[in-house]
Design a binder for this molecule. Structure first.
Ligand code: TEU
Ligand code: CA
Length: 533
């Protein structure tokens, strides 16, 4: 992959990043106004969550026009400017490519409903539904007239029919349109479920009945190869697939360079370590489980897309760290983990200042379609109200979508934002952290810089050294150097054996660098030359 392995990616969720015209909704001009900030982190690529026209049933993941900008976010001129201003600063932009489904307000779907000869088979229509269930809960089929259409997400997100070559042709046009504008590639939304091999009933599954008919099918590999050959290979591009329920073997099938499909994929195994059977039922976080999953993926997968957060996940510090007493230490510990694993690191907006889960007090404060759908299902299942609400507080995707915390007052917008601002912006915000050289923000900058200048951290092999109840130690090594990464993932001080040799590159605690007692959430990176040739 050459140079691609050097890149660090920063994800922007446009609706919540920066509002330039004070209507309470983040927008493209807002992002452009913060490009210097993004650049100052030391990142190379911006992954922009969807900015296309959308009725926003699923905040832009329901696209009604791939070739135009959602007016809430601005217009095509604003987008062109964002791309050129980013490129001027040496920042590349990748966009979300959502091709499993469109919005039901897309003209393709409207024509499909009207039985237009070209479009009637753009979607998946049946006279009788099968037993498949949706990712957002409930049935995966809805009725228009006397026909049913498939939607693996909300009912306003009908699935495209990838058996139809016209769909392929139209999506290729979309990709070329954006690549010609100077974007660097795509984050391919739920890409490993786009091809439905059959519409037979599925085996009963607690949440996803039917998945054996659409998950990771041979047809999906064929589609990816074709997109690569017909479109992507004609540009210098970067692709990362969002691949749900993927195993290391399946990930490798998608990313081995000789397979000519994707550059890397996001997996989910490490996001499942604090849950029972599905994400709505959280259990106590046990660091050792996370260490185990991460080590497996490090050892078995050709190249990882590493992340601890995105717009679908609760904040990592509230989940794997301590968002109260050890806020700063644990945020830095998680930063160290993310930046030293083998693979491409993805930082989600606000993670670099240690933003925490939202402060939601009533159901009406949540905006996410998934949260409200699941809440209703939980009610039908007889789960008591207070418990149901607690489940949503812990797991709602809105936790990651609260407005970016720029200043003590918020600094996102002058009016009330579309989603409740976390009042802890008073203590956790960019401005304060800019002025504090010991802040989480400046620690991220240092780490990114260290990674840039330390080849072994970018390319070196991975070896797990210790996975105890709360201590994770691993090594990155090549022929010349060895980096040792030590992480205390608990709020208790821990003693380690004396393996602290080499030069201390960075730590989140100031003290004797050869001390064998680790403070709560302490982390260190040592580096050592192992050969002089
Ligand atoms: O997410 C797909 C996905 O399976 C999950 O992450 C999902 O959002 C949910 O948390 C399942 O419980 C992608 C996008 O990232 C997400 O924002 C979209 O809602 C979804 O696809 C549909 O486009
Ligand atoms: Ca706005």
């Amino acid at each position: 992959m050459g140079l691609k392995k050097d890149l660090v990616v920063y994800q922007v969720y446009p609706r919540s990043f920066k509002d330039s015209n004070d209507d309470g909704i983040g927008d493209i001009k807002g992002i452009t106004s913060k490009l210097d900030y993004i650049k100052s982190l030391g990142v190379d690529v911006i992954w922009l969550s969807p900015v296309y026209c959308s009725p926003n049933d699923d905040n832009g993941y329901d696209i009604s026009d791939y070739l135009n900008i959602n007016p809430e976010f601005g217009n095509m001129r604003d987008m062109n400017k964002l791309i050129s201003e980013a490129n001027l600063r040496g920042l590349k932009i990748i966009m979300d490519l959502v091709i499993n489904h469109t919005s039901d307000e897309h003209v393709w779907f409207k024509k499909s409903v009207a039985n237009d000869p070209k479009y009637k088979d753009y979607y998946i229509w049946r006279d009788t539904p099968n037993n498949w269930t949706s990712f957002f809960g409930g049935k995966a089929w809805d009725k228009i007239g006397d026909k049913y259409y498939l939607h693996l997400f909300s009912k306003k997100q009908p699935d495209l029919n990838w058996h139809n070559p016209d769909v392929m042709e139209d999506i290729q046009k979309v990709m070329k349109f954006w690549l010609d504008k100077g974007i660097y590639g795509f984050r391919c939304d739920v890409i490993n479920i786009i091809f439905k091999s059959s519409l037979e009933n599925g085996k009963k599954h607690f949440v996803l009945t039917g998945k054996e008919h659409y998950h990771q099918q041979e047809g999906m590999h064929k589609i990816l190869k074709q997109l690569r050959k017909d479109v992507l290979n004609h540009y210098d591009t970067f692709t990362v697939g969002e691949t749900v329920m993927v195993t290391p073997k399946q990930a490798n099938d998608l990313i081995y360079p000789e397979n000519q499909e994707l550059d890397m994929v996001f997996s989910f195994s490490h996001m499942e370590v604090d849950q029972i059977s599905n994400k709505w039922f959280k259990t106590k976080f046990r660091p050792k489980k996370l260490m185990k999953v991460l080590s497996t993926w490090q050892e078995e997968v050709y190249w990882n897309a590493n992340y601890l957060e995105n717009h679908d996940q609760p904040r990592s510090i509230s989940r794997f760290g301590d968002d109260k007493i050890y806020h700063k230490q644990s945020a830095k510990m998680l930063a160290t983990l993310l930046m030293t694993l083998r693979g491409t690191p993805y930082i989600y907006q606000g993670q670099e200042i240690g933003m925490t889960n939202g402060d939601f007090k009533t159901m009406s404060e949540f905006q996410d379609v998934e949260t409200h759908t699941i809440y209703k299902i939980a009610k039908k299942l007889g789960i008591p109200k207070s418990l149901r609400f607690k489940m949503m507080q812990k797991t709602s995707r809105d936790n990651a979508r609260t407005p970016m915390q720029w200043t003590k007052q918020g600094g996102f917008s002058k009016v009330d934002p579309w989603l409740k601002q976390n009042p802890n912006t008073k203590n956790i915000n960019v401005l304060d952290q800019e002025h504090d050289h010991d802040s989480i923000l400046n620690y991220y900058r240092k780490l990114i810089n260290i990674r840039k200048h330390t080849k072994v951290l970018r390319y070196g092999d991975f070896e797990s050294i210790l996975q105890s109840k709360s201590i994770y130690i691993f090594k990155r090594f090549d022929k010349k150097n060895e980096a040792i990464i030590i992480l205390n993932m608990s709020r208790k001080a821990q003693k380690i054996k004396s393996i602290c040799e080499g030069k201390l590159l960075i730590s989140n605690i100031k003290k004797n660098e050869y001390n064998c007692v680790l403070s709560p959430y302490e982390t260190r990176i040592y580096i050592k030359e192992i050969s002089h040739d």
